[in-house]
Design a protein around this ligand. Sequence first.
Ligand code: XBP
Ligand code: MG
Length: 255
Amino acid sequence: MRLQALVWDIDGTLAETEEPGHRIAFNRAFEELGLSWRWDSALYGELLRVTGGKERLLAWWLRIDPQAAAAPAAAATVRRLHELKTAHYLALLDSGGIALRPGVQRVLEEAGAQGLRLAIATTTTLDNVTRLLDVTLGAKGAGMFEVIGAGDVVPHKKPAPDIYHWVLQQLALPAEACLAIEDSAAGARAARSAGLPVIVTRSRYTAGEGVGAVLADLDGLGDATTAARGTTAGQAWAGVVGVDVLRAWHGAARR
Ligand code: XBP
Ligand code: MG
């Protein structure tokens, strides 16, 4: 089936948001609420195995103090912490320290110009998505995407396929007409479980993960100055990923 839509993950794929954004924001929320919790990069890398900020907070709390984390008041504390974290994250985006990854804007614009439909399937909070698009792509940013599937719109976060099912339903497209672009094992699994072919552009925290069967496993999309590197169909590959390349990989998956 002909490629009709690209479905993008946000965190790690559109931008490197975890280290300079989410991790710092969690720590600022802990500080603001007078908690001594601090997540350094090594610990955060481990905690990222749990997708979703609220889910990650609860998993951490259960690990260090299962009794307190199981108490009736815990859910409200997690919610409050997550609200504070989101506010800090949005402020970090506003300060301009987070850019799109190389090649992302180029591929988005090329895809739009060629009539490919664009969508987002992410675990993060919707406000985080729209603000990232505003600060990196300007006023046209969010409007480039026909469908934005984010956060709690579905009951189960990645690696569950729910968010991809939701996006496919909104697009009214079968999974085979789409291509998912992800950076992590959890994301690739979510897309694959919903039937979408996947390419992976690995990010800081996902470099060593086993991502399972994907059409291409790359270190990025590449741009005019730096080629992307990785593998496709078991062969080494280096180049600049454009819509023509994505169409070729998608077509090969169908043969
Ligand atoms: C990203 C995440 C997100 C962010 C935090 O996973 O796990 O939870 O770290 O966002 P993916 P919230 O890239 O696979 O979607 O705190 O808003 O949940
Ligand atoms: Mg991701």
